[in-house]
Design a protein around this ligand. Structure first.
Ligand code: URA
Length: 433
């Protein structure tokens, strides 16, 4: 078999066998396939696609390219949740303590954020001394003790994805459904959980721009998961507007704590509770959504989930006193309110503009080596559908940068207003199981 023959085959839109895909991944891993050959193959896949069998075979081969974690010693029912990335997306941080409180073991291996805002790990590292570099031994003992662990991915999971992704990034072949599906599912399946819930986002602040695309990607990933013997489900959710009111790192941690104290932002509630319900039903802890929601609300109202979050922070070396004293989190030297120039209702808030502003303020990174300012971010004093009066603050920016004008203007531009109350829409487009 030769790589050039596989490129030729895909160029003509023909189907690869399992052996061919395994050969290709092996050639990528041992360096016998040159980058220009892999790039040409990626472009052929981009134009001619792959069917479900090929996508499953690609995912399997990518999983086999590295280590596969075995979490069965902790439990056969470990849950993992993955989001395709959104602005102000702190769902994982609320979900973990809720599931912990309900006795559903959860192991979350996360990456750092790259792009406009921090990832889950960055957000947690805003808590002084919080340690995400956990050994497998520590993950095992912590999940046994408190029911959850969240760690940065240090193991060698699906390394073929790293190589392919780097080439996709520079050859304009990222946005190919089979390539995205195999990339995400291979990493998730290699992480060892049995019950994986994907939050696939669409909209201005997401990778997929339309619900149709997000739906198609979700259906593909769920099917690949099933073909590989795992319970994988997906919720397709809107990311036109930031989730919750906070975008940044420390500001998002505060919003998570406030949620767990009962100050609940409706959009965060809708998606978090849907994902938590799915997990409870799949783990057979609840019979249906109604029962699951009752269980979830109970652990939030009783503050049991808040206590679990405190336990998670302490167990990972963080200062859990932050739960009761936000001054212990990194503080920005500047806090600037953005004032409304209109009377009426907020009709929309562009997620991408808020994300870009937040990055300028210091909350995100462009290169892996960039340093994040944990105190920086944007707080939305007003969300869509809320009444606003002239000169009232619509947002607050937190930063240490000198010149705040560009970011402040961007935040202002993100807001649109109307005289009528905008229609309230569900953020959940579909659930695919
Ligand atoms: N996220 C991933 O992990 N891979 C992709 O291809 C796209 C988004």
């Amino acid at each position: 078999m030769r790589v050039v023959d596989l490129i030729e085959k895909k160029k003509k839109g023909q189907k690869h066998s399992r052996e061919e895909i395994e050969f290709l991944i092996k050639s990528i891993m041992d360096g016998s396939a040159a980058d220009y050959q892999i790039s040409a193959w990626l472009m052929a896949v981009y134009f001619n696609g792959m069917d479900i069998e090929e996508t499953t075979n690609l995912t399997r081969a990518m999983i086999k390219s590295g280590e596969v974690l075995d979490l069965s010693a902790i439990s056969e029912n470990i849950v993992d949740k993955h989001s395709t990335g959104g602005v102000g997306d702190k769902i994982t941080l609320i979900l973990i303590p809720i599931l912990q409180a309900l006795g559903v073991p959860i192991v979350k291996l996360s990456g750092r954020g790259l792009g406009f805002t921090g990832g889950t790990i960055d957000k947690l590292e805003a808590i002084p001394n919080f340690n995400c570099a956990l050994s497998m031994e520590k993950i095992f003992s912590q999940v046994k003790e408190i029911g959850a662990a969240i760690a940065s991915q240090t193991t060698n999971l699906a390394p073929a994805d790293g190589k392919l992704y780097a080439l996709r990034d520079v050859t304009a072949t990222v946005d190919s459904m089979p390539l995205i599906a195999s990339s995400i599912v291979s990493k998730k399946l290699a992480s060892g959980a049995n019950n994986i819930i994907l939050d696939v986002k669409y909209g201005s602040g997401a990778f997929m721009k339309t619900p149709k695309e997000a739906n198609e990607l979700s259906a593909l990933m769920v099917e690949v998961g099933k073909n590989l013997g795992k319970k994988l489900s997906a919720v397709v959710t809107s990311m036109d507007e930031p989730l919750g009111r906070a975008v940044g790192n420390a500001v998002e941690v505060i919003e998570v704590i406030e949620f767990l104290k009962g100050n609940i932002c409706k959009d965060l509630e809708e998606i978090t509770y849907k994902i938590a319900s799915l997990a409870l039903i799949k783990e057979q802890k609840a019979q249906d959504e109604k029962q699951a929601l009752e269980m979830i609300k109970k652990v939030v109202e009783s503050k049991k989930a808040l206590k679990c979050f405190e336990a998670l922070i302490s167990s990972q070396g963080g200062n859990s006193k932050v739960v009761y004293d936000y001054n212990l989190l990194p503080q920005a030297s500047k806090k600037i309110e953005i004032l409304s120039q209109e009377n009426g209702y907020v009709s929309s808030i562009d997620a991408m503009k808020i994300a870009k502003a937040s990055k300028i303020l210091g909350a995100g990174r462009e290169k892996k080596t960039d340093i994040i300012d944990y105190s920086a971010g944007v707080y939305l004093n007003k969300k869509t559908g809320e009444v606003v009066k002239e000169n009232e603050p619509i947002a607050t920016i937190y930063t240490n940068i000198k010149d705040t004008k560009i970011a402040a203007d961007m935040v202002m531009e993100a807001f649109k207003f109307s005289k009528e109350l905008p229609e309230e829409k569900s953020l959940i487009f579909a659930v695919i199981e």
